[in-house]
Design a protein around this ligand. Structure first.
Ligand code: ARG
Length: 573
């Protein structure tokens, strides 16, 4: 589409008939109107007012009469000082469908990020606890951003900054020593660790000596005590084993699991640098860095000389700048950490080059509340992801079997739909919106749900199967695609054309919901098309093939789009 902008610029330039304004200047001002009533592209003529000493309205009217359109454009209108250009839909139809057929699953990919490194840090749970709803939102957001940037050609590095260090491990070790024989560490070890942790914490409220022991334990751990390190490692392994099972289901990609513990031996350098720069200040026994008048200072060392969460984040920034030479380093967490990241990013200016510091981005997301019901009963309000996934799969299985009792691979399909429904539900709302979670709503086959979009894909596949359409046997250059000229056809094709810019916008705004909502639009436009335009019962062979190509192209965009969000498409459901 960028080519069209250049073409339009040339047309305006020629119509102007003098060289007072450069081609580039004109091109840079060409916009895409929000409302399609104002054309596919528009040029605001007030940009020429000064040079031509005339009003935008007069300039627009004058230019309109002088403009000579080329083949890509069907008309130009002068309206309120704008020149509105309309694309020749015959050309769009041809260009878009040919591109999709030629590129297949590569449709939408771009090279804008070639050779550029972007870090997406996501999920990052505090270990020794099962996953809960908040982690789920984080993890699906991160995986979608990972894939969006990959589509744009960036070299993406996925990092899971595990919360695997800190005084809580001193206390967990103590609990483990006391109670391990009372818990079933074989069957559900992560749950057992989490229960032990809760129990020892409760006990510590009555018995202060436990806190001292815990502090002692952690100190030993920091100093590399072998026995304690072994225990800590086993907690980490138990946790990762369970998390990896979930990451596999959600399609998460991590290139590194270096979490807080990894930076244990990398903080001294941070302290030294800050000290040398003279920005490390004493404050009530602690060491701090001032980060401006609008925020409390960033604590680097507590009064007992120990480091904190923020110190490890600073060490991570230094390490990542050196190791990955990133252009952007994106952090995904809940909103509670907004201040933390503001402080850390500000303090980072003393550690890394400005180009790295400016590339630090915090992406936060809203809360998830549960519509009360079965899911919330276990342990008060904690909902474990395992339970949720199982419930979603079970429910989708019932729904599918009800519709289609003879379906093959029911286990795979119900997993694709159950998990897909959850992911889609999380990603369709803007990231800052709070979500009220209702599993039955999520699993509906109509409305703005994952299953609805998946179902659209399944329909495209079954239409093509029924007609016996095989893309491998098609020579698209031999088909006259201009026969696709009904409103429904053209609207659907125009929506498929937008795929690339949607990926771009979703990535730029850190907002996978842009893509999720777009897929709902495509599915709806497909439905409208299929209601109005028959595919199988068309006499004219060319028209039938042209429509098949449109159905096929829709299937590509939906499958690809859902894939970016982490959702698999069943072939039948
Ligand atoms: N482990 C933290 C938590 O669960 C999130 C870590 C976010 N990343 C970071 N670099 N601080 O709250």
């Amino acid at each position: 589409m960028e080519e069209v902008k250049a073409e339009i610029a040339k047309i305006i330039y020629d119509a102007l008939g003098n060289e007072q304004v450069s081609l580039e200047e004109i091109e840079s001002k060409i916009e895409k109107p929000k409302d399609k009533k104002n054309g596919d592209f528009a040029y605001p003529c007030f940009n020429l007012s000064k040079v031509l000493r005339n009003s935008p309205i007069n300039i627009a009217n004058d230019l309109q009469s002088k403009i000579i359109l080329n083949n890509s454009l069907s008309k130009v209108e002068a309206l309120n000082g704008f020149l509105n250009f309309y694309l020749n839909s015959e050309n769009i139809v041809n260009d878009v469908l040919t591109e999709i057929v030629n590129k297949g699953q590569n449709y939408g990919k771009s090279e804008e990020g070639k050779g550029i490194n972007i870090i997406v840090e996501y999920s990052s749970p505090n270990i020794a606890k099962p996953f809960h709803l908040g982690h789920f939102r984080n993890t699906v957001l991160g995986k979608a951003l990972y894939d969006l940037y990959e589509e744009l050609g960036y070299n993406v590095i996925g990092i899971n900054h595990l919360g695997d260090w800190g005084r809580q491990f001193g206390i967990l070790i103590e609990g483990y020593r006391r109670f391990k024989d009372e818990y079933n560490l074989e069957e559900n070890p992560l749950q057992a660790l989490s229960d032990i942790y809760t129990r020892i914490n409760q006990l510590a409220k009555q018995d202060e000596s436990i806190i001292d022991i815990a502090r002692e334990n952690f100190k030993k751990l920091e100093n590399g005590d072998e026995e304690l390190l072994k225990l800590w490692k086993s907690f980490r392994e138990i946790s990762l084993k369970e998390y990896n099972r979930i990451y596999e289901i959600l399609g998460s990609k991590f290139d590194s699991f270096n979490g807080e513990a990894f930076y244990n031996d990398k903080m001294q350098e941070v302290i030294d640098i800050l000290d040398k720069k003279g920005v490390l200040k004493d404050s009530q026994g602690a060491k701090i860095v001032e980060v401006g008048d609008n925020m409390p200072p960033c604590i680097i060392l507590k009064s007992d000389g120990t480091t904190i969460y923020a110190t490890r984040d600073l060490a991570a920034i230094l390490y990542r700048a050196r190791t990955y030479d990133f252009t952007k380093c994106i952090y995904i967490t809940a909103t509670e950490q907004i201040l933390h990241f503001k402080q850390v990013f500000e303090a980072a200016k003393y550690l890394v080059d400005e180009k790295y510091q400016k590339g630090l981005v915090h992406v936060s997301y809203g809360m998830i509340r549960l519509k009360t019901g079965k899911m919330s009963t276990r342990e008060g309000n904690v909902v474990y992801i395992n339970d949720l996934i199982e419930e979603a799969i079970k429910k989708s299985k019932d729904i599918i079997l009800n519709k289609n009792p003879n379906i093959e691979n029911i286990d795979t399909v119900s997993k694709q739909i159950g998990v897909g429904a959850l992911i889609f539900n999380y990603l369709k709302s803007g990231k800052n919106k709070d979500i009220i979670f209702d599993i039955d709503e999520t699993l509906r086959f109509d409305g703005e749900t994952g299953p609805y979009v998946q179902y659209t894909y399944v329909r495209t596949r079954s239409i093509l199967e029924k007609v016996g359409f095989n893309i491998e046997k098609i020579d698209i250059s031999k088909i006259d695609l201009s026969v696709l000229n009904t409103v429904q056809e053209v609207e659907l094709i125009k929506s498929l054309e937008k795929f690339k810019s949607i990926i771009q916008k979703a990535a730029n705004d850190y907002e996978p919901s842009v893509l999720a909502r777009y897929l709902i639009d495509v599915a709806t436009l497909f439905s409208r098309f299929y209601n109005e335009c028959s595919v199988a019962n068309v006499e004219d062979e060319n028209l039938k093939l042209a429509r098949c190509i449109l159905v096929y192209s829709t299937s590509i965009v939906i499958k690809k789009g859902l894939g970016i969000l982490g959702i698999d498409c069943p072939e039948k459901m």
